[in-house]
Ligand binder design. Structure first.
Ligand code: NAD
Length: 351
């Protein structure tokens, strides 16, 4: 069993802990928290050993009646690998600790690419991180774009990618984030950081990205234009994307008209926390104009990187091939259970 420690148990960390626990070849050694709160209590309720991330704050846990298994150093020492899901920038500060115990670590997309040996997306560059000490699982948006770019590039070749990212202002629990009622070019100058971030996975890709922030919490939305080297039909592209594991092509007949309906669908499907691990691509948006592909996809920022973290663990430790790992991860997490039980070509007759 691969012994995995989780440092930082918030939006991403708690999801990764559940996904790791579900794997047949992994166990969670414990999770580290800075303070007692509902998530710390949640970890205890789930039976995860809790470690103190900051020594001076240990009395706060005692005051809250929460037992600790030890300090974060002990967690790092006892783990084969650490998933660091601390807020942006803190992961980089933690790298000395991981080096001290010679424990490889996965950082998240909020960290700078310069801090790590390699950036990671399971579909695109699984085989490039074996044996690395520090690997960054790229951000939710970069993960979503990479999952799209990899099959398109392999099947048709890519001349240029242009994407506008309409980004949620904050996660549902981030009360302090905005904008409250505004639409903000973010950044106002080009490119947004997403294009260069995609280049950490596809170094030679020609990509321009623009970003906006809107007062929404549910998902990000990408308006994508890819100039392909070949000229497939829209149906061919659709079939290609339907054949991918972590892309869900939304059938027209579902009547899913936005992120709200998608989240409702995930709840109805019994997904934990209504998570949507796949890219959600509107089937009827997949259009070809000459060599230009256009489509809209929604990305669930809180969860699409979760299966990627699980795969990165096996990739770094060389415990499974790309195909084996992705299949194992998806099966164990329930990503294999489709959001709907039928495919787009199911005939639905309406009155
Ligand atoms: P979060 O704020 O929800 O969770 C971070 C957790 O780390 C919190 O529980 C916080 O108390 C804890 N923490 C703070 N300092 C710590 C320390 N020194 N040691 C241990 N724990 C500490 O943040 P998040 O949204 O889970 O983001 C984590 C990382 O994942 C960031 O790099 C972020 O950019 C990236 N990411 C976030 C999202 C998203 O939409 N939330 C998506 C993809 C990637």
């Amino acid at each position: 069993m691969i012994r995995v420690g989780i440092n930082g148990y918030g939006t991403i960390g708690k999801r990764v802990a559940d996904a790791v626990r579900a794997q047949p070849d992994m166990e969670v050694v414990g999770v580290a928290k800075t303070r007692p709160n509902f998530e710390a209590q949640g970890a205890v309720d789930k039976g995860f050993d809790l470690y103190a991330a900051i020594e001076e704050r240990k009395p706060l846990f005692a005051d809250a009646g929460i037992d600790l298994a030890g300090d974060v150093d002990e967690l790092v020492k006892a783990s084969d690998i650490i998933v660091d899901a601390c807020p942006s920038g803190i992961g980089a500060d933690n790298t000395d600790l991981y080096r001290e115990y010679d424990t490889p670590a996965l950082l998240q997309g909020g960290e700078s690419a310069d801090v790590v040996d390699a950036s990671f997306n399971a579909r695109s560059n699984y085989n490039e991180v074996e044996g690395c000490d520090l690997v960054r699982v790229v951000s939710c948006n970069t993960t979503g774009l990479s999952r799209l770019i990899a099959p398109l590039s392999e099947s048709y070749g890519i001349e240029k990618v242009r994407t506008t990212l309409v980004r949620r202002g904050g996660d549902p629990a981030q009360t302090g984030r905005g904008p409250i009622n505004d639409i903000v070019p973010n950044p106002v100058s080009l490119p947004s950081h997403h294009g260069p971030d995609v280049n950490t996975i596809f170094p030679d890709l020609d990509i321009d990205t623009l970003g906006l922030k809107v007062p929404a919490t549910l998902m990000h939305m990408h308006s994508v234009n890819v100039t392909l080297s070949a000229e497939p039909t829209a149906s061919e592209v659709r079939e290609l994307l339907e054949s991918e594991r972590r892309t869900f092509v939304i059938p027209e007949w579902l009547g899913v008209d936005g992120a709200g309906a998608l989240k409702e669908l995930a709840q109805d499907a019994g997904r934990p926390r209504a998570d949507i691990w796949e890219n959600c691509i509107w089937g009827e948006s997949i259009s070809m104009e000459g060599p230009d592909l256009y489509l809209f996809q929604a990305i669930h920022q809180e969860s699409d990187v979760v299966p990627e973290n699980v795969d990165a663990i096996r990739a770094v430790l060389a415990r499974a091939s790309q195909e084996e790992s992705i299949e194992m991860t998806d099966e164990a997490m329930g990503l294999d259970n489709p959001l709907v039980g039928t495919t787009h070509d199911t005939v639905v007759t309406t009155e």
